[in-house]
Design a binder for this molecule. Sequence first.
Ligand SMILES: [Zn+2]
Length: 396
Amino acid sequence: MRDCRQNLLVFCLVVILPVCMGVTRPAGLNDVTEVRHWSYDDFTRVVVELTAAAEPELHRLAANPAAKRPERLYLDIPGIWVGRKYSEPILVGDGLLQDVRLGQNTLQVTRVVIDLQRYGHHKVMVLENPHRIVVDVFGSKKRSSRSGRPVFNGKGPRLAVGLRSVNTVIIDPGHGGRDPGAIGVGRVREKDITLRLGKKLQTQLVKRGFNVKLTRSTDKTVSLEERTAFAEGAKGDIFISLHANAARKKSLQGIETYYLDASYRPNAARLVARENGITTKNADALQRTLGRMRVSEASIHSSRLAHDVHGELISGILPHYPGVQDLGVKKGPFYVLFLSNMPSILVETGFVTHRGESKRLMKESYLDLMAIQIADGLEDYRKGILSVASTGVQAQ
Ligand SMILES: [Zn+2]
């Protein structure tokens, strides 16, 4: 009975509605479920959520002042049906984007048009689980205090990563809410460990004079692009994502620290898949996609940050817990790192599937020590950046 009703509903949605609108939807297409956007001082993120994977083509179209047409970006998404679901533009009006419009360009292709008010550069990412396309548009914008309307401050982008001082640290406790992350011995959940450690790390960093923001401070679901959009919006100088590992081989244990790299590393496929919310099968494709992209300037600093943090973690923990394995600093293609434009690392704090390590990760004193060591690592990095910056000033 329920099936019959469902079939009828599907029939109405798929066949009757489009016919009423004068267009028949071809079979086998997928849908747009949601369009979201976030605005920050110098960038805007648009996310188009789909019911299935799609490969968008992005184009940029120059402004046409005679036709009063603004500069625009448009994405053609084959295999997606949007029909007339978005008959009105989605207004943004933040000084960078005017609006986002969606329409059925051909029977097989949905077009997403982003009308721009200002343009610097853009970045497009295709993510999974749920399937979505993320478009970041960068450019400077500023709101006028008198009118409240966005105006442009005429300044260029933020200082180059290497010249910025390190004030604001974004702590990203991995997973949360509907996503428990890895589940280990004694039903230990990764999302609980990362949140507890994240809060302890916040305390340690505040003591050291850092400004700290958490991507989540409760047990809630936060998408990867929300985490990184938050980091950019908060003008973070460093992004540190906290995780716990899992393995089929129960004897595996240890700490490893990752920074972004697109290099091909099939043996890390399972970890790459889990932390990106994709299937293992698709981890290879992700690695290949990232391999074609330009790795930003921030990644050079990420490598240094990873070594500073990992060095302090290992030197501080091993004397007290000789059983902990040093799995080293590694490179990995993680969306959460790629989507942020600041030096970013991902710390895998230990294996919840290892009996002893799982127990350690549940201990307050162990997490306290780990927080102190990570904070020390961030302090080492800050000192390094300061010395580079002051050398630069003297040279001028
Ligand atoms: Zn994780």
